[in-house]
Design a binder for this molecule. Structure first.
Ligand SMILES: [Zn+2]
Length: 337
């Protein structure tokens, strides 16, 4: 198995050594398409670029073994591409809805994959807890929770008696609305739309505990706890009347993202995020193709992944009207130095 110091190569190899080596960068590994599986490949690429997750998993030898095995090949193997078939068949056995050759939604897969990993980790943590209770040692909390989970806070104000009620909800992906009628907008516009104050009226009215009745309610949303890895999902797939449509709005995003205006309290250094992976969806609603662009932290370069094909890209080529999922982090191990 991987030795305990294996991840040392992240720090040990200076960027110059990495650059002079011929093609084969740890963590830069295309994934072969196993029949309409680009939605799976792009999500695997983005998780492979989530360095804290990789560091934790490469040192773990009992759980989610096929995913760990794939990460070992992608980070430590010698090929320029490999097959994720093992992950796919493991995935199909846990989540049978993916056991076919039809195109699926990458965001749904990401959520289900993270949930599955999360449940796997909890089983192991329970086991470790039993051991640590005996040995009196400490252990890390669930890596998926620690990296991806944030918390939203909702302030609900009764428009009749002004009573305020406070609710919270955890999230792993923020699904942002995309303005329907514009050709171009910015990611800040999508965030502002998501966090815009809304008033629940008509059938959506909420129960007020003071009035004892359903009342018009103002809802103010903000981020209570910012996750270490922030995944933004652009809701491009929607319906217009009876028809399913794909919104092609060019959403401008940047490598830096400041979330401070949407945070409930000011937590220093936790509002500034750095982009490290993007999933693109091109084509139509049902006939489309997914590709990914991920930052490789040891080589400090960006790579474009189209299934098994890999090419290096410059940072100024990241912007695309096809952007669908954006992965941001405020962890220093993913950021450039
Ligand atoms: Zn009230």
């Amino acid at each position: 198995h991987v030795c305990a110091s294996c991840m040392g190569f992240l720090q040990v190899l200076p960027p110059t050594v990495q650059k002079h080596k011929r093609w084969r960068r740890p963590g830069v590994c295309g994934l072969e398409n196993s029949g309409n599986s680009c939605y799976l490949n792009v999500v695997l690429q983005c998780l492979c670029a989530t360095v804290p997750l990789v560091e934790q998993l490469l040192h773990w030898d009992t759980l989610s073994e096929v995913f760990v095995h794939l990460l070992e090949i992608m980070w430590l193997g010698g090929g320029s591409s490999c097959s994720p078939l093992e992950v796919r068949s493991a995935l199909c056995s846990v989540l049978p809805q993916f056991n076919n050759d039809s195109q699926q939604d990458a965001q749904e897969l990401l959520l289900l994959l993270l949930n599955t990993l999360h449940d796997d980790f909890n089983k192991v943590l329970l086991h470790m807890f039993e051991l640590s209770a005996v040995r009196g040692c400490s252990f890390n909390s669930n890596i998926v929770t620690r990296l991806f989970e944030g918390q939203l806070s909702y302030m609900c104000i009764c428009m009749h008696c002004h009573h305020q009620a406070h609710n919270t909800q955890t999230f792993t992906v923020l699904s942002l609305p995309v303005p329907k009628d514009s050709i171009k907008c910015s990611i800040q516009d999508c965030l502002s739309l998501f966090f815009k104050q809304t008033v629940l009226t008509g059938g959506e009215q909420a129960m007020c505990s003071v009035c004892g009745l359903k009342r018009e309610t103002a809802v103010i949303t903000c981020v209570d706890r910012a996750p270490e890895v922030l995944v933004l999902h652009l809701k491009r797939f929607g319906s217009k009347g009876k028809n399913q449509v794909k919104l092609r709005t060019n959403v401008l995003f940047f490598t830096e993202l400041d979330l401070s205006q949407f945070l409930s309290g000011l937590v220093p250094n936790e509002s500034s995020y750095h982009l490290y992976a993007v999933v693109n969806h091109s084509g139509h609603l049902t006939m489309g193709h997914y590709t990914a662009v991920c930052y490789n932290s040891p080589a400090q370069t960006w790579h474009y992944f189209d299934d098994a094909a890999v090419s290096e890209v410059q940072e100024d080529r990241l912007q695309s009207p096809n952007a669908y999922l954006l992965f941001y982090s405020h962890n220093r191990s993913i950021q450039r130095h």
